[in-house]
Design a protein around this ligand. Structure first.
Ligand code: CP
Length: 317
């Protein structure tokens, strides 16, 4: 593997999920692979899970880790090629990516959607420029449109909890939030689910349709109760409007996931990438129930990152 931006960078989803589950049993067994090498983790946005799980994965492989909170600790980056930098930006991303490549053998970068410039977000302007100028493999720690380490961890978690003798029904349900949230987790989950043979349904209010580039032929059901019928897994996530880009469109019905909403499911397992707004997106009773897989998902972030970094290191031995 040379880079990791989306599901398109893996050869076979089922195989990599199985490999991650296997390495979870002996996570230190390949700690020679990263010996003498360094991974740089660059954050233009906040993080708990991605920061620590990728660091832990790197350490399990023997990699040294450098973390740069670029928006707080570094010079302000310029993203316009040919810019006359006589304003507030101090360092061009061209120079930053080149310099980071002098210190690192792999670089991870987190660069969320702005939610203000749709064109720049959907074309992944920031990520694409960084990757263009980096001289080493780049992995996404969540970009404007996708969150591949999260989706791989989600696939691992589902695989570990599959119902017996049955193709699972997986429902991605929109949930309320108090602010505008990017589409990356929802897009990415849809993209990865579309690579499986699971029954995959997306439910959300009218006006919250995700980009069809990622949902493709997934079933869209606007009635949440109907969508949840017989679900084995319910993945809860908020996102802002894609059509009315970045806006929070008022919704009359209550879309928060509660125990009551789960009655028609097949004793569904509950998933969320975290952080979660308790009692806004999901009720405490659901999050704290034995069917909640949210901490297992967070744990699997380490093994999702580790299997990807391992494949990149093996490719560069
Ligand atoms: N799920 C996730 O990516 O968490 P962080 O934003 O805390 O990294």
């Amino acid at each position: 593997m040379k880079k990791f931006f989306s599901v398109n960078d893996i050869t076979d989803l089922h195989t990599i999920v199985k490999e991650a589950i296997t390495l979870k049993k002996t996570p230190q067994q390949n700690n020679h692979l990263g010996k003498g090498k360094t991974i740089g983790l660059v954050f233009l946005n906040s993080s708990l899970r991605t920061r620590l799980s990728t660091q832990k994965a790197a350490q399990n492989l023997g990699l040294h880790t450098i973390i740069l909170n670029a928006n707080q600790e570094a010079w302000t980056w310029e993203f316009e090629d040919g810019a006359i930098m006589n304003g507030n930006t101090v360092e061009h991303v061209k120079d930053a990516a080149n310099v980071l490549s002098q210190y690192c053998d792999i670089i991870g970068i987190r660069c969320f959607a702005s939610l203000t410039n749709k064109e720049e977000d959907i074309t992944e302007k920031v990520y694409t420029l960084f990757e263009k100028y980096a001289k080493v493999p780049v992995v996404s720690l969540e970009s404007a449109t996708l969150h591949p380490f999260q989706s791989l961890a989600d696939c691992i978690t589902i695989e570990e909890h599959l119902p017996k003798n049955k193709k699972p029904k997986v429902v991605l349900t929109w949930a309320p939030h108090i602010k505008a949230i990017p589409h990356a987790v929802g897009n990415s989950f849809a993209q990865w689910m579309n690579q499986t043979d699971y029954d995959f349904v997306i439910t959300h209010p009218v006006g919250y349709e995700l980009d069809t580039k990622f949902t493709q032929n997934a079933v869209i059901e606007y009635n949440q109760e109907k969508a949840l019928e017989n679900a084995d897994f319910v993945y809860v996530k908020n996102w802002s409007s894609f059509q009315d880009y970045g806006k929070v469109i008022p919704v009359e019905e209550d879309w928060m996931l509660t125990n009551d909403k789960l009655r028609g499911t097949n004793n569904a397992k509950i998933m969320h990438c975290l952080p979660v707004r308790r009692n806004v997106e999901i009720s405490d009773e659901v999050l704290d129930s034995e069917n909640s897989l949210v901490y297992q998902q967070a744990n699997n972030r380490t093994y999702a990152a580790q299997i990807v970094l391992q494949k990149i290191l093996e490719n560069h031995e």
